[in-house]
Ligand binder design. Sequence first.
Ligand code: CP
Length: 312
Amino acid sequence: MHLIGLREMDRRQMIGLLDRAEDYLKEDGTVTTPASRRRELEDTTVGLLFLEASTGTRVSFELAARRLGADTVIVTPQEGERWREESATDACRTLAAMGVDGFIVRHHDRQLPHMLVDRLQVPIINAGNGSGEHPTQGLLDALTLRRHFGLEKDLSGLKVAIMGDVVHSRVARSDAHAFSKLGAEVLLAGPRMLLPSGDRGQRWPGEMSTSRKEAITWADAVVMLPIAQERIHGTIIDPHDYAMDWGVDSSIMERYLDREAVILHPGPVVRGVELSDPVVDNERCLILKQVTNGVAMRQAVLQTYFASASLS
Ligand code: CP
């Protein structure tokens, strides 16, 4: 069993993972591993193949694996090194031959997770494939919204704007699939050049807007996106202009954001561009809750995909 994207996952599976992640969260919202679950992945080795930059996701998966009793092996590139898909596949096959039980993979190429699924007999979890998907981020964002708004099962009735560099963002894609399948209304907002268009636009769930004011005023929650400069070919986004037109500072927040509405960001935040310092530190900005919920969600994912593999 593999987790490559949320486009392929149905609502029932998503709710199952959200409910399982709750097992790893205390009433007060902190993350925990109940004693009965600390050996769930004992005798399991999780391979972390992070061949593109990551801090949050890699550490979150590593903590999640260790707290369930697993061993981890980590592969990261040397400075300036760029791993081709064939080298990544060979590395996974070699590690699998040494007894590694499955892989969490981040790579710039959208096809790599699919290649690994074809060539290996162990679970593959996509931790970000270029501008493809980032399924555990979509799930943890859904969990964060469900908990914040006190919703029982799904996100029905919620209006969520996903704003910024939508077209290059794997987080935007996974969030849009998760939120819409869970019953939320989704609005994709950003400058025209950073929104999907034509056939590509039709594959995205949700309406589109090129108005920051419209998106923020409409939303119960705004997911701000980082600019994926490494995936924008031929165009340089000026950070100052972007902050003026699409960033959220205290003044924008006070003027347009509903008093009950919240802001999310997958991190890492470029402070002063996407969000100003006071907004990042405001209690209506849920970034640290996302980070905490991320560990719980990754525990749920590892338990689901790795523990069941070891039984089969
Ligand atoms: N949210 C996220 O993908 O962060 P990292 O790039 O630090 O893993």
